[in-house]
Design a protein around this ligand. Structure first.
Ligand SMILES: Nc1ncnc2c1ncn2[C@@H]1O[C@H](COP(=O)(O)OP(=O)(O)OP(=O)(O)O)[C@@H](O)[C@H]1O
Ligand SMILES: Cc1ncsc1CCO
Ligand SMILES: [Mg+2]
Length: 266
C-alpha cells in the first residue's frame, strides 16, 4: 500500500463538505484528527473558489434541501473539472422522493468517484429490494458483496458499504474489512465521519487502496476504543476521536483484518 496515515498527516489535504445539519462537528473533527483539514460551507456561490483550494469533496444528502442541491451540483462539477475525488453519501435515499430525486439529478450532472452508504442505501441505488429479501438471502455476505459490485458497475464508481464487515469494491476487485465495533453503529454520524476519513485518504492519493485505508481507519479506531469502553457508547464515541488523533501506521497494521476477493471469485 502506497498511501498511509503518515502520508495523510504530511499532505494535510483540504476536504470540502456539503454536510448534513446533524453531524457536522463530528465530521469536521474526524477529518482533522486523522490529519486532513475540513471546510464546510453554506453559500453555493462559494463552491468553485472552495474547490480550488480542496483535494476532495464530500456530498452528504442527509438533510438535503433546495440550496444543498445547488451546492452539491456546483461543487461536484467544479471538482470534476479539477479531477478532485467526489464522495457521495446517499443518507436514507429511499425515505423520500426529494432525496431520490436529488441523487438522480446529482449523478446525471456530476461524475461521482465514491459511493459510501450502508447496505440499505446502496441496495436502493442498485435497485435491489433489500428490506423485502427476507432472512434467507438478505443477510448473506455474498448478497452484500453482489449488491456493492452492482452499484459500482452501475455508477462506474468505487463503492464502500459499511456494516459489521465493511466492503470496498471497484466492481471487480473487492476487499472485506472485519474490524469495527457495534457501538459505532449506535452513534449517529459515524457513517458521516467515515465519508470524511475516506475523503482525507483519497485527497492524499486517488485509488481503491485509499478507500480501503480510510474505511479501515475508522473501523480500527472503533475496535481500539471498545477495549477501554466495551459497553458505554457515549464514552466509547469520545474515545474514538482520541484514538483517531493518535493512530499511526504501525498500530493500523497491527489491527487490520482484511480479505481481498479478486474479481473472478464472484
Ligand atoms: N455491526 C457492526 N459491528 C461493527 N462495526 C460496525 C457495525 N455496523 C457499523 N459498523 C461500523 O460503523 C461505521 C459506520 O457505519 P454504519 O453502517 O453505521 O454507517 P451509517 O449507517 O451510514 O451511519 P450514520 O448514518 O449513523 O452515520 C463503520 O466504520 C462500520 O464499520
Ligand atoms: C439522523 C440524521 N438525519 C439526517 S442526517 C442524519 C445523520 C446520519 O447521517
Ligand atoms: Mg449514514
Amino acid at each position: 500500500m502506497t498511501n498511509s496515515i503518515a502520508k495523510i498527516r504530511k499532505t494535510n489535504p483540504i476536504v470540502l463538505n456539503v454536510s448534513n445539519s446533524v453531524t457536522q462537528q463530528h465530521v469536521a473533527d474526524a477529518i482533522n484528527f486523522i490529519g486532513a483539514s475540513p471546510i464546510m460551507f453554506d453559500d453555493e456561490r462559494e463552491a468553485s473558489e472552495l474547490i480550488n483550494i480542496s483535494s476532495a469533496l464530500v456530498i452528504n444528502l442527509g438533510t438535503t434541501n433546495r440550496s444543498s442541491i445547488q451546492k452539491s451540483i456546483l461543487s461536484g462539477q467544479a471538482a470534476n473539472q479539477k479531477h478532485i475525488p467526489v464522495i457521495v453519501d446517499p443518507v436514507a435515499i429511499a425515505a423520500s422522493t426529494i432525496r431520490t430525486e436529488h441523487f438522480d439529478q446529482l449523478i446525471k450532472k456530476v461524475k461521482i468517484n465514491v459511493l459510501r452508504g450502508n447496505i440499505a442505501e446502496v441496495a436502493a441505488i442498485a435497485g435491489v429490494d433489500w428490506q423485502n429479501k427476507g432472512i434467507d438471502a438478505g443477510d448473506g455476505q455474498g448478497d452484500r458483496l453482489a449488491i456493492a459490485k452492482k452499484a459500482a458497475n452501475q455508477l462506474k464508481a468505487l463503492v464502500v458499504v459499511s456494516g459489521q464487515e465493511d466492503i470496498v469494491t471497484d466492481g471487480a476487485d473487492s476487499y472485506l474489512i472485519s474490524n469495527g465495533n457495534q457501538q459505532l453503529a449506535t452513534n449517529v454520524g459515524s457513517g458521516d465521519m467515515l465519508d470524511g476519513i475516506i475523503a482525507a485518504a483519497l485527497g492524499t492519493e486517488q485509488s481503491l487502496e485509499s478507500c480501503v485505508l480510510g474505511t479501515a481507519i475508522l473501523a480500527i479506531a472503533g475496535e481500539i476504543a471498545a477495549e477501554r469502553f466495551p459497553h458505554q457508547p457515549y464514552s466509547f464515541f469520545n474515545q474514538v476521536f482520541d484514538v483517531l488523533g493518535l493512530m499511526d501506521d504501525s498500530q493500523y497494521m497491527r489491527y487490520l483484518k482484511i480479505k481481498k476477493i479478486p474479481a473472478q471469485d464472484l
